[in-house]
Each structure stands twice: as structure tokens, then as C-alpha cells.
Design a protein around this ligand. Structure first.
Ligand SMILES: Cc1ncc(C[n+]2csc(CCOP(=O)(O)OP(=O)(O)O)c2C)c(N)n1
Length: 275
């Protein structure tokens, strides 16, 4: 692992977290009234994977689901354009038409979601099949259960496409937990379809060590366990205490990370006021 990797991932996660906290405030105050899907607690999956892609100098096609703020920010999406998008402005990243759910940016090759859970798996698979470009598809643990997602995975395997499937596993489909919905694991499914896969915590070192070598050389599926801090949609908390990877990493990285984090927090506050 290259020097600074962990700190760079932290910086991305810090941007995502402070961004989401600003959105949270505005949803609470009813300044934003359309549905908003916050990704706080889940930022370490996109932040780590974006940093790996950056180090490899690869700019992949990106297909996210509805919970996409951290994906956009981690892959270098313009933060001011996302703020403007959430304020419904015409110069937002999706021209003020996509809102939180359909974040789209041709600049970073991120394709907006249509709201149909898991449809991005099929569309991303088709885009990769026709272009053969490195592609990352982010889906939730519930979207993985959709029949058309399973069909896409089968095709990805058969055609050996350069795709990384990231299952952002926060355990929930709105409020229904995984063990109430199914008795199989993502890794078992991938194995049945002959796709190399990993079941990991959202620890940046673990993610790096497992996927770096194989990334875009063959189909990969990584199920990353994350914790949703806020409600499925909107601003609120289902439970007071969940494990928080961002806070854990901040503590491990010490004083330097704290200073960087504070600077990022202040900058993002200011950007929200000014944009
Ligand atoms: C095909 C389809 N079925 C149901 C819904 C309603 N719905 C929206 S989000 C969601 C849960 C999504 O869970 P997951 O894919 O794990 O993503 P997460 O919200 O946890 O990030 C459901 C059931 C939908 N949008 N599309």
C-alpha cells in the first residue's frame, strides 16, 4: 500500500461526512423538501475504492444507486455543483432535475439512477459490455436480491467483464433487515456464478489488500459492511449508536487528521452558505 493512502481515504470520507451533515441540517430545517438519501456512515466504501482507482490512474464508469452523495464526492465530483443540485438550481450537477436520487455527472462518468432499485446493475453491465471500459456498480444489499441484478451478474461472469460490483451492505432495505429477507450471502451468490468475491468490513486496509490486485482484470464483487447513521430517507436516526468507521479512523490517525478534518468542515459549511 502506498504512503498516504489511508490519510487520502480519510480526507475523502471527511468531505463526504461534513457534506452529509450540512444536508442533514437543511432537511431538518425543511430548506430541502424533496427525498434525500444520506450516506453518512457508508462513506468508507466509495472513498477507499475511489482512492484505489485514482492511484491506478483509472477513470471508471460509475453507476450508483439512490444513496450516491459519497460516491459522487469520492470520485472527484464538483462539490459546489452537488450543493446547487440539492438547492434545485439549474447549474447543479444534474441541472437541478435529479435531486439527491439521480446524481449524474459526465465530468466523472457517473450515471444518474432512475430510482428502480438495482437497475444500475443492468445498465452498468450493458455499458461495460459494449465499451469494455472499467466499470464500478454500487448497489445496496437489498438491490442484490432483484432478479435482473442476478441476471446481470451471470452475464458479467460469462463475458469476464472488467467490472467491480460493490455491495454497500448496510443490512437494511428501508427498515427490513437482511436476515428477514434471505438466507444466503453475497459471497455465496458470487461463488455460484464464478465471480471472485470478498466479504469485508469497511476497513480501508482490508478493502485495498483484497481488491487492488484484481481490480478491472476480471469481474469482482465485494460486499462491504457499513452502518447507516441516518434514516433511509430524510434526516433522523433509527438508532443512537452505530459503529462509525470515520470516527474510528479519525482517532487512529490522530492530531494531523483532526486538523485536516476541521479545515474540511469549515470549508464545506462556507460553501453551503455561499453556493
Ligand atoms: C424495484 C424497486 N422496488 C422497491 C423500491 C422501493 N425501495 C426504494 S429504496 C429501497 C431499499 C433499498 O435498499 P438497498 O438496495 O439495500 O439500498 P440502501 O437504501 O440500503 O442504500 C426500496 C425497497 C424501488 N425503488 N425499486
Amino acid at each position: 500500500m502506498k504512503k498516504n493512502f489511508i490519510l487520502n481515504v480519510f480526507k475523502k470520507a471527511s468531505i463526504c461526512r461534513h457534506f452529509e451533515n450540512e444536508v442533514f441540517k437543511r432537511v431538518s430545517k425543511k430548506e430541502i423538501t424533496f427525498p434525500v438519501y444520506l450516506s453518512a456512515g457508508q462513506e468508507y466504501a466509495p472513498a477507499t475504492i475511489a482512492e484505489i482507482a485514482l492511484k491506478k490512474r483509472i477513470k471508471p464508469l460509475i453507476f450508483g444507486q439512490h444513496r450516491g452523495h459519497s460516491i459522487y464526492l469520492s470520485f472527484g465530483g464538483n462539490i459546489i455543483k452537488l450543493i446547487k443540485e440539492l438547492k434545485g438550481k439549474k447549474d447543479g450537477c444534474t441541472y437541478g432535475m435529479g435531486g439527491s436520487l439521480s446524481i449524474h455527472s459526465t465530468k466523472i462518468n457517473m450515471y444518474g439512477h432512475d430510482g428502480f432499485m438495482g437497475s444500475n446493475a443492468c445498465i452498468g453491465t450493458g455499458a461495460c459490455f459494449s465499451s469494455k471500459k472499467p466499470t464500478i456498480i454500487f448497489i445496496g444489499d437489498a438491490a442484490l436480491e432483484e432478479d435482473y441484478v442476478l441476471a446481470s451478474l451471470s452475464w458479467v461472469s460469462k463475458k469476464e467483464l472488467p467490472i467491480l460490483f460493490v455491495v454497500d451492505d448496510n443490512n437494511y432495505a428501508v427498515l427490513t433487515k437482511k436476515d428477514e429477507r434471505r438466507d444466503w450471502k453475497a459471497k455465496e451468490l458470487a461463488k455460484a456464478l464464478r465471480i471472485t468475491s470478498f466479504d469485508l468490513k469497511d476497513d480501508p486496509k482490508k478493502i485495498y489488500n483484497n481488491i487492488n490486485k484484481h481490480l478491472f482484470k476480471k469481474p469482482l464483487l465485494v460486499n462491504i459492511h457499513t452502518n447507516r447513521i441516518y434514516w433511509h430517507a430524510g434526516a433522523g436516526k433509527d438508532q443512537e449508536k452505530v459503529f462509525d468507521r470515520y470516527l474510528q479512523q479519525k482517532k487512529i490517525l490522530g492530531k494531523n487528521a483532526e486538523i485536516i478534518d476541521k479545515k474540511i468542515e469549515n470549508k464545506i459549511k462556507l460553501l453551503w452558505q455561499k453556493s
